[in-house]
Unconditional design. Structure first.
Length: 142
C-alpha cells in the first residue's frame, strides 16, 4: 500500500495541470423575441470573436455539439485558458450569441493533465500538420 501512495504522488507531480475552463453553451430559453442583431451578423461576429481569443492564447478549442444525425442544436463547447472562473465567465459573456441573449453558458473548471497532440512543422515543405489535419503555409502577407 505504501508503494501505491508513493506511485500516486509521483504521478501527480508529473501532471501538467494546466487550468482551463469548459464553457458549455446551450440555447437560451426563451429565445429573444426582438434580437438586437441579425443571426447572419451574429455568426460572423461569433467567428471573429473566437479567432481573436485564439490569437490571444485564450481559446484552447471550440466547436459545436452534434447529435447522431449531425444536427447542431445550438449547443457548443469552448475551452478557455483563464486565471479564474470569474475571468472565464467574463470572456464567455462577451461571446456574441450569449451577449445577444441567444445562448446561456455553464462554466466548469477543468485541468488538462493527460492527452496527446501531434504537431509537425516542416519548414522546407511549407507544411504544418496537427494530428491528422494539414495546412500549407508560407510567408504572411504584409
Amino acid at each position: 500500500m505504501a508503494t501505491a501512495g508513493r506511485d500516486a504522488e509521483s504521478i501527480m507531480k508529473k501532471l501538467v495541470r494546466e487550468q482551463n475552463y469548459l464553457v458549455m453553451m446551450r440555447p437560451a430559453d426563451p429565445q429573444p423575441e426582438n434580437p438586437p442583431v441579425a443571426q447572419e451578423v451574429l455568426r460572423v461576429d461569433h467567428h471573429d470573436y473566437l479567432v481573436d481569443l485564439e490569437r490571444r492564447g485564450i481559446l484552447v478549442a471550440a466547436g459545436p455539439c452534434r447529435d447522431a444525425e449531425g444536427w447542431v442544436r445550438g449547443t457548443g463547447l469552448l475551452i478557455f485558458r483563464a486565471d479564474s472562473r470569474a475571468e472565464a465567465a467574463a470572456i464567455a459573456a462577451e461571446e456574441p450569441y450569449t451577449k445577444a441573449g441567444f445562448r446561456e453558458v455553464d462554466i466548469i473548471p477543468w485541468q488538462r493533465n493527460e492527452g496527446n497532440m501531434t504537431i509537425n512543422l516542416r519548414l522546407a515543405d511549407g507544411v504544418l500538420e496537427i494530428d491528422n489535419r494539414r495546412w500549407n503555409i508560407g510567408p504572411a502577407d504584409d
